[in-house]
Design a protein around this ligand. Structure first.
Ligand SMILES: [Zn+2]
Length: 122
C-alpha cells in the first residue's frame, strides 16, 4: 500500500489532494458545483462503508479517529485562511509603524497618516 506520508515522513495533504483523480476531475473546468460537492460526499460515504465492511472494530475506531483529526486539520486550515489577513502586518511608508489591513489611519499617534495602497507595497 502506498503511504499517505511522503518520503520524509511528512503528511503533504496538498499533494495528496492534487494527485487524487476525483479532485482533478472536479476542478478541471474551474467551477465547483453543489452537485460535485454532493458527489464527493457520497464518495466519502462509499469509502467509509467499504472499509467498515472489512475492518476489525479496532481498525474502524482508528479510522474514525484519523478522519476526525484530518477533518479538524482541514477546518482549522480554512479558518486560518480567513483570519490570516488580519494577522498580516504592514509598515507605514511615512513613519515605519506597524499597521494591520483593517487600519484606515497609521496607528502611530504621532503620525496618523491615511493608509494608501503605497503603504502595502514593500
Ligand atoms: Zn505612520
Amino acid at each position: 500500500m502506498k503511504s499517505l506520508l511522503d518520503k520524509y515522513g511528512n503528511l503533504n495533504i496538498e499533494d495528496i489532494v492534487a494527485n487524487q483523480p476525483s479532485f482533478k476531475r472536479i476542478i478541471e473546468d474551474g467551477i465547483i458545483t453543489e452537485e460535485e460537492i454532493e458527489e464527493q460526499s457520497q464518495r466519502v460515504v462509499a469509502k467509509i462503508k467499504e472499509i467498515e465492511a472489512i475492518a476489525t472494530p479496532e481498525v474502524k475506531e482508528k479510522m474514525r479517529e484519523l478522519l476526525a483529526e484530518m477533518s479538524v486539520m482541514v477546518a482549522i486550515s480554512n479558518l486560518k485562511d480567513i483570519t490570516a489577513p488580519e494577522e498580516q502586518v504592514y509598515h507605514c511608508s511615512e513613519c515605519g509603524h506597524v499597521f494591520h489591513k483593517h487600519d484606515v489611519f497609521c496607528p502611530n499617534p504621532k503620525c496618523g497618516k491615511l493608509i494608501t495602497y503605497m503603504d502595502y507595497n514593500e
